[in-house]
Write a new protein. Structure first.
Ligand code: GUN
Length: 293
């Protein structure tokens, strides 16, 4: 078994981005600038956004964090998105999900200017991805493709089983893996909560993408020997022995699976690190379009 190390791969991408930005700044260009909107104080969202802001600083990007209380109205949030859209000093805008139940997240996402949609959640971005046109690809599936490419994993002809059909991970992942490109060229099965006998599908998989958000759901007896396991799960589970009071678990039962797999991503240090690297790559691309006319 080999570890698919997201942390070191993300570092390599971030170093490359940082070098590109430093060189451009020497020629008088402004820094790339990402705005993040965070509503409420959900622990996991706080951690993700803090990590995005920290990474911006590390690689020479400007960042602006806009916080709203849980009670913010949809109108107030949309007004803020409009303000950010109109701000020409900004290259990328993200609104951290999930949003409180009284807010229609689709309406907020739809409002983001597609040229600043570095999360790739706007229908325009998803449509372009479907058609194979250049555009912003959602950060988690994009990061997984970057991780496979970096490790020179040739997925051509593989059977990929994706578990989970979310708009931000499972569905775009299934599209990217089926594309005529490498990584890609897979035969893809998209499984979800209504799939009967899920194990009969995962046992056929050369590559399993576990993106259902259920800690340690994927067990060793559900995959064949030599399979590749990509674990997208990041769930906080109470752990009174840890100083934080919780630990982070992925969707895969790591230790027993690791003995059976050819490659496996750890949690933490796997897909999560790549999601941030991919977001930074999207922001870099937006900035280049804005400043390298
Ligand atoms: N919530 C979980 N993942 C993501 C992400 O990639 N972007 C945003 N905006 N929210 C998320």
């Amino acid at each position: 078994m080999q570890i698919l190390d997201g942390k070191s791969c993300a570092s390599a991408y971030k170093d490359r981005i940082s070098a590109e930005v430093s060189a451009a700044i020497l020629t008088g260009k402004r820094k790339p600038h990402l705005a993040a909107v965070l509503v409420g104080s959900d622990g996991a969202s706080e951690t993700y956004v803090a990590s995005k802001v920290k990474t911006c600083k590390e690689i020479g990007f400007e960042s602006t964090l806009i916080r709203f209380p849980e009670t913010v109205t949809q109108e107030e949030l949309i007004e803020m998105v409009d303000r950010l859209n109109a701000d020409s000093s900004l290259d990328g805008i993200l609104v951290q999900l999930p949003l409180p139940k009284h807010i229609d997240a689709d309406q907020v996402t739809l409002r983001i200017d597609p040229t600043k949609d570095v999360d790739g959640f706007h229908p325009g971005s998803l449509g372009r991805m479907m058609l194979g046109l250049p555009g912003f690809v959602p950060a988690t599936p994009k990061g997984i493709m970057m991780l496979l490419a970096h490790n020179k994993i040739d997925t051509t002809g593989m059977h990929a089983v994706v578990i989970g059909r979310s708009n931000i991970v499972g569905t775009p992942m299934s599209v990217l893996l089926s594309r005529n490109q490498n990584p890609g060229n897979c035969t893809v099965t998209l499984c979800h909560s209504k799939t009967p006998d899920l194990k009969s599908f995962t046992l056929q998989a050369d590559i399993v993408i576990a993106a259902l958000g259920k800690p340690e759901f994927l067990k060793a007896d559900m995959v064949k020997t030599g399979a590749i396991v990509i674990d997208v799960g990041i769930t906080r589970v109470e752990d009174l022995t840890s100083p934080k009071g919780y630990k982070i678990l992925g969707d895969a039962d790591f230790e027993p699976l690791a003995e059976k797999c050819s490659w496996i991503t750890p949690v933490p240090g796997g897909v999560g690190a790549m999601t941030i690297a991919a977001l930074m790559q999207n922001t870099l691309e937006a900035w280049k379009r804005n400043t390298h006319a």
